[in-house]
Design a protein around this ligand. Sequence first.
Ligand code: AMP
Ligand code: GLY
Length: 430
Amino acid sequence: MNILIVGSGGREHALAWKVSKSSRVGKVYVTPGNAGTAREPKVTNIAISSDDILGLMRFAKGYNIDLTIIGPEVPLVLGITDFFVNAGLRCFGPSKAAAKLEGSKTFMKEFLVRHSIPTARYQSFTNAKVAESFIRKMGTPIVIKADGLAAGKGVIIARSEQEAIDSVHCMLSGSDFGEAGRKIVIEEFLNGEEASFIVLTDGKHIIPFASSQDHKAVANGDIGPNTGGMGAYSPAPIITREMHDRIMTDIISPTVRGMAEENHHYFGFLYAGLMIGTDGPKVLEYNCRLGDPETQPLIMRLRSDLVELCEAAIDGRLCEFEINWDPRPALGVVMTAAGYPGSYRKGDVITGLPCDPRELASESKLFHSGTLETVSGEVVTNGGRVFCATALGSSISKAQTLAYELANRVHWDGVYYRTDIGYRAIERAI
Ligand code: AMP
Ligand code: GLY
């Protein structure tokens, strides 16, 4: 089989690495990929951007692609699955209508309310004056969200009324997030601990993945501005067996059922960002894809064949499938360019990369994100998040030690990473 992975991040490197190990897979193409995917055996990068749907379709037809797996949200929200399926191509990911769960926060919140799925109280606005009076009524802290896609940056947790009102103006005027912010959601601030709950579904049957947790804030202690994710681990100890069952019953099953009832069969990966508070789990957000960096530790733990899983979902045979996980925990440390999540430099030469993957213990893997191989064969930084150093361990502390050993080998001018990834899980394990 030939497989196409759409995207260029650490999540896509992990997906390409995993599917390339399936005995059924001949070639894996990644569009556009990064220096890490370029160096994997059986894997080839093709310079087509993730949102060039017609270009991707032409490629999939021309190269006899048997299965396409979509990494990021943008092509899904643009409807790539509908285009591929209409052209007779097998594509794993939700339709445009179903991807609206991520593409529009207002759609997502209205859907949750219609189906009595627990989430923060909220209201949507397009008018700043009306939004201001809502803020005054609700008090602070309060959460302001751009309705549309904003690359994980469209959420402001306002501690003062003035900050909230300023954010409303910046979003609604279009100055901060363009069209994505012309409509906003304002919602109550929820206390608790966050967890990522990812499932794979064919629209009817649901296979929950192992639980995971990421660290969104840029600095140690979960302090500072939010990023796309500075590190992640699996499992998340906060998701006990009982909590898992509650999430499935109260949140995931009604979501998949509700989407089917509304004729938007949800098919693909579904990621619920949850806040686990004293009154139970509530949905913060839905993503119509796998998480990055959650995917990297999850893929290290996944023993089942991912291609078989996706094929079973496409053929509606998911009920026959049992997913197997390595019982050992895994943890990934994201390494970033200086300045991220603000502006950062590209093009710094990276040293210390393992030349041969066999140099590393089989428990460790350096997944690339924003990297590029130059014509002279050097690997340089090419994004804010540059790597995710990931490892399996007999305990979460051991996984953390191995992941940091790997991260410490790799250098470039301005490299930054948090030094406390996994601290919550480690505290709970003690
Ligand atoms: P979202 O993209 O909606 O998940 O929001 C990004 C991040 O903002 C989340 O991962 C949380 O850390 C935080 N956040 C979002 N909504 C809330 C809320 N209602 N209460 C507290 N924190 C929130
Ligand atoms: N790690 C958060 C996300 O993928 O949205």
